[in-house]
Design a protein around this ligand. Structure first.
Ligand code: MN
Length: 325
């Protein structure tokens, strides 16, 4: 069962087969889904179709994804000669950095976007094919459907990449996007040799003490706003510097705060650089709150249950606690 993308899947296969040199773009602040989907497609292109393929990303990978990928390589956008590619693929959250990496579309280039966010919007580039539906848990689920639609057998390696993305975006089958179909796909991928326990260990059980200390600070400060049902906390620049926190750590806090009963959504503000604040929002299906609407009001993006935004400002300690200035 796929969500009605028969036409797109047919076109996508044709374009992959026609291509010679493919560039695959992962999103900024890369996660398991963008990396898993990018490398699943790369592996298919290279090993099954005999093409050349390169994965690029505007940001460096977090350590757990580096560990997962082993020898596999991600090229920095600066080192890439865009003209040589006849096909460019965007995998997951393409509004996060795709148009920073791919500034314009070359004459003989095709652009295909795979996504599952409602905020998919291109400013300048006109994609040739878009496969995007919020009903998908992850782009890895879309790619599974693509292979399944064409009866393409997935290797152990591809299966592991796809399971990485599904586990990442479903929070190990805990989020509301964990449908019976997702469970079936995961079982299928395990049958093909993907190791669930290995991915869980590499991705979810390799925390540093520093991360837990950062979470501790944020949890200590958390407060519930009884009017909005928001549970809010913050992480200062100093916290991040002292405990070497990154985006991953902050979304971790937002996820844990979101488990507090009686709340509608969680918000974690973090100071990034001078006069720049990021907000990470999380909710759950049963809470009936669309955090992407809140994010969009602040010119951010995301989907219903996870979103983010960036505003100007800093956290200032005053008489009545902290506030944004
Ligand atoms: Mn995703």
């Amino acid at each position: 069962m796929n969500y009605g993308f028969a036409k797109e899947f047919t076109q996508l296969k044709k374009e992959l087969e026609k291509s010679k040199e493919v560039l695959i773009v992962a999103h900024s602040a890369p996660d398991g889904d963008t990396v898993g989907s990018s490398f699943a497609l790369k592996e298919y292109l290279v090993s099954s179709l005999g093409k050349r393929a390169t994965v690029t990303c505007p940001d460096f990978l977090p350590q757990y994804l580096k560990d997962f990928l082993g020898k596999e390589n991600i090229e920095v956008p600066e080192s890439i000669n865009f003209e040589k590619f006849d096909l460019i693929l965007g995998c997951d959250a393409v509004e996060r950095g795709f148009e920073k990496v791919v500034v314009e579309k070359g004459q003989n280039q095709k652009i295909i976007l795979l996504d599952h966010h409602t905020t998919l919007r291109m400013k300048k580039i006109k994609p040739d094919i878009v496969v995007s539906d919020e009903r998908y848990s992850s782009v890895c689920e879309i790619i599974f459907d693509f292979f399944d639609f064409h009866r393409i057998e997935t290797s152990r390696k591809i299966s592991e990449y796809l399971l990485l993305g599904i586990l990442g975006d479903t929070g190990i089958f805990q989020h509301a996007n964990t449908t019976p179909k997702v469970m079936e796909i995961a079982a299928n991928l395990m049958r093909k040799g993907a190791s669930l326990s290995k991915i869980i260990r590499l991705v979810f059980k390799n925390k540093h003490l520093k991360t837990l200390k950062l979470w501790g600070r944020a949890m200590e400060r958390a407060e519930i706003n009884s009017k909005t049902g928001a549970i809010v906390s913050y992480v200062t620049k100093q916290d991040l510097e002292e405990l070497q926190g990154d985006a991953e750590d902050i979304s971790g806090v937002a996820e844990i705060l979101n488990t507090v009963s009686g709340t509608k959504f969680s918000l974690v503000l973090s100071e990034r650089g001078e006069n720049k604040l990021k907000g990470s929002l999380r909710s759950e299906e049963y809470k009936n709150t669309d955090v992407s609407e809140i994010a969009r009001l602040l010119r951010g993006g995301g989907h219903r249950l996870a979103g983010g935004f960036e505003i100007k400002g800093r956290l200032v300690k005053g008489k009545d606690g902290w506030k944004v200035e």
